[in-house]
Write a protein that binds this ligand. Structure first.
Ligand code: HEC
Length: 130
């Protein structure tokens, strides 16, 4: 019994210690600013190709179609920073502001959440920041 309790205590300590860095990371992810962690990028990849509808205009490899190439260093609507991409995807681009005179609907016309916009933006950002 005594040994069991000690082992239990030891395991609890190990769990708490192990959770330390993970808990700290969770805090960062919950911060208001978007972050490009491998997890958000992977999530954004799926969103880009599925419910976010981005692939429909930017192509499956994001190299362009109706919408511009998102994998190079050329940005029409800002500096290509993560914040700029989040803002652009959130608001969309009105026809008048579009270089191609083709509008991009807010969130690509999809119904993804604000949290998902941050993830898809992290994925797009990662394409030109390798
Ligand atoms: C209906 C077509 C369409 C869909 C769907 C769409 N876009 Fe776009 N997107 C465009 C067009 C068109 C432009 C560029 C307008 C212009 O010519 O200035 C653009 C521009 C952008 C830009 C700015 C590029 C730059 O060079 O500044 C980003 C970033 C972007 N789209 C990301 C996304 C993401 C992420 C999604 C999915 C949530 C998405 N788009 C869905 C059509 C689309």
């Amino acid at each position: 019994m005594e040994t069991r309790t000690r082992l239990g205590l030891l395991l609890t300590c190990a769990a708490v210690l192990g959770a330390g860095p993970a808990a700290a990371q969770g805090k960062t992810a919950a911060a208001p600013a978007a972050t490009a962690t491998p997890e958000t990028i992977a999530r954004g990849d799926t969103l880009f190709h599925k419910s976010g509808l981005c692939f429909a205009c930017h192509g499956t490899n994001a190299e362009g179609g109706v919408g511009p190439n998102l994998t190079d260093a050329d940005w029409i609507h800002g500096d290509g920073s993560l914040e700029m991409i989040v803002a652009t995807v959130t608001k969309g681009i009105p026809k008048e502001a579009a270089k191609s005179k083709i509008a991009m609907p807010a969130k690509g016309g999809s119904s993804i959440s604000d949290e998902e916009v941050k993830a898809v933006a992290a994925y797009v950002w990662s394409l030109s920041h390798k």
